[in-house]
Write a protein that binds this ligand. Sequence first.
Ligand code: SF4
Ligand code: SF4
Length: 426
Amino acid sequence: MSEDYTPMWKSLGMDLDAHDALLGVLGQGYQEIYLAQKNRPEGMGYFDFVMSEVHGLRIKELLDEKKQNRKIIGSYCVFVPEEIALAGGATLVGLCSGADFAVEEVEKHLPRNTCSLIKSSFGFKLGRVCPYLESADMIVGENTCDGKKKAYETFAGIVDNLYVMDLPQVKSSQGRSLLKAEYERFKIAVEKLTGNKITVESLKEGIKVVNAKRAALHRLATLRKADPAPISGLDALLANQVFFYDNPARFTESVNKICDELEVRIKKNQGVFPSKTPRILISGCPMAVPNWKLPWIIETSGAVIVGEESCVGERGTRNLTEDSGKNLDELMEAITDRYFKVDCAIFTPNQDRSDHIVEMVKAYGADGVIHYGLQFCQPYIMESIPVENKLEKIGIPCMRIETDYGMEDVGQLKTRVEAFIEQISD
Ligand code: SF4
Ligand code: SF4
């Protein structure tokens, strides 16, 4: 890190010793998983820098924004519309929840058999190690799975700025009305928080900024269709992870720069792995920073990941928001339309998701799918069975993995992944 941020972390009330330990583990993991890769695009240097400053420079930027009276909103789910936050003059950051922390303390509040993602969100707060959480003026939770819904009831007693957004569970007209009403309520809450009235112009601008971020990732995804793959799945995942907390304009520019470089690579037939390397689509639970375990196992076992059917991936960024509305209501309708298409496993039924998995397999030329379920995540683990059946019917091999954030099962997972890669290589 370029400067000593200790006073800044101290001012946020963080536990400095625990935080040092976290940064130590994060830095070492990054070194071993990311920097050890070969043939990386030069443009990934930007993301290496972002990661080295993840708790430093970006936090300083957010605190500088706060000094200018800008509010920071933290969110745990892709259903929280960044367009509305930006339109109200706030900055939205994703709260990552990708590592175990303060487990003993967490288990005083949550049952042991809670998914790692929820446990991690508690661990980062209880351990006072996340400067994003500590900088947030408002934390948005959402009623998605039962685990999150009930956990937020407890979380409300731990933080004093939790806002809970209700979400539909069925894609019916009533479900859509609920989502629209909740987005209207969120818009009012953002206006109250920031003191700014959201206007047609500011909402259009918010839509434009977020669409540009998504479009850059769409461009990146399209380039991954090439064989040899011009970028590793690990690096593409990192770009999808950084999507959630970087400055939006800078992020868009940096991803587009990588895409320019990848276009040249593709023309020269250069890849990150040799041509005909087995191609994997990952599907399932979101992988938040620094959850790189499974992609790392896959890409050090002889395969390349060519797409992520995940909220930290294509499920989260799939569609753009229509920006042609002439008044606030038309724009809010467009935002609702866009988000109502997100096919999270909390919806029932959820046919769109398995259709999208098949579409993605075909679009990215995947040889097989690895379904990633976090232990105790009922929505995704339950869906993994019909997903596997559907894929098998059309001749696409699928392997279902259930794991957590721990490293104890790495050897066992690697053996299974290697066997799967051998199977799809025939
Ligand atoms: S998987 Fe569902 S609950 Fe989780 S971030 Fe995605 S949309 Fe939200
Ligand atoms: S991983 Fe599954 S159980 Fe955990 S928060 Fe997401 S949907 Fe809920």
